[in-house]
Design a protein around this ligand. Sequence first.
Ligand code: ZN
Length: 189
Amino acid sequence: MNTNKYLRASATYFFHLFWFLAIAGLSGCSDESSTPIANNASDTQIELTETKQEHSQSSIASCSFDIIVGDYLKFNINEMWVKKSCGTISINLKHEGKLAANMMGHNWVLTKTSDVTEIAADGISAGLANDYVNAKDNRILAWTKIIGGGEETSISLSTIELIEGGDYTFFCSFPGHSYGMRGQFNVKS
Ligand code: ZN
């Protein structure tokens, strides 16, 4: 009984395989008239994928952000989507922890991703009095001051210099924090 079932299943399988190969062979042998159909099909697939991404990006892109930090090495978000058309975006950083700025201070710094390592190292040299930021370094696109538990700070940032699709990262420049406290900063039109 089981053997019969198996044989029947195999027969069905080979029957389908035969037709698959026959159709594949036909389209392979035919002239270019079948090629546009294949291209159209793959184009449609790409369009669908792009539409889906576009939707997920536009649903979270914004001109204003409330970012929460606490007595831990983490932002409450790990990516940001901004619209270049905002002209100005605002960042509001809130520390909901209890520890003081010299113990568990946080800030929000924006640079190109390729500049993060150097900017973070320079920030340590700059010290707490300078918010762990070397303000003379024009590779730093924006930054907030360092805040401790219970504090809050806001900045505005122009989108004019931001490049759509550019590779930017936001991070905290408090010593040792930039490895975990960072996220992707995405700019769309
Ligand atoms: Zn931090």
